[in-house]
Design a protein. Structure first.
Length: 132
């Protein structure tokens, strides 16, 4: 379809290959994003290796929230149900600081990669520029 052809053009092939190569048989991949779940569901189906999505919910009756910052970490933590997992994150934004603080290893992309020295003073996570 046109949607899948478009996604093939715009999604980061280097990152996708990296994740697929690193994913073990017991590993679970969570696509956690501030993007609306309607879009994220399509992307996750296209990629075939995403096990769970955590995204900004549709606007419906009831509480609405933007899936960023502490709320994103709360949603991920709820999903993993406090299981003792190694958490490896990929981010490009300081809004993900709560997730970064709970991650074992974090791959950083621009623009946040410029903040790597500052972040090293705030977190115990292993921080790596994806481009190194």
């Amino acid at each position: 379809t046109k949607v899948h052809a478009y996604l093939d053009k715009v999604l980061r092939k280097d990152l996708i290959s990296f994740i697929v190569d690193q994913k073990g048989p017991e590993d679970e991949v969570v696509l956690a994003t501030a993007a609306p779940e309607e879009y994220v569901t399509i992307i996750a189906e296209h990629l075939h290796f995403i096990d769970h999505i955590v995204a900004t919910p549709r606007v419906t009756k009831g509480d609405w929230y933007h899936n960023i910052g502490e709320k994103k970490w709360e949603n991920i933590n709820f999903l993993i149900n406090a299981r003792p997992l190694e958490i490896i994150s990929f981010t490009d934004h300081l809004d993900d600081l709560p997730l970064i603080q709970h991650s074992d290893k974090v791959y950083l992309f621009p623009p946040i990669v410029t903040e790597i020295d500052s972040l090293k003073q705030q977190v115990n996570s292993i921080l790596v520029s994806f481009y190194e």
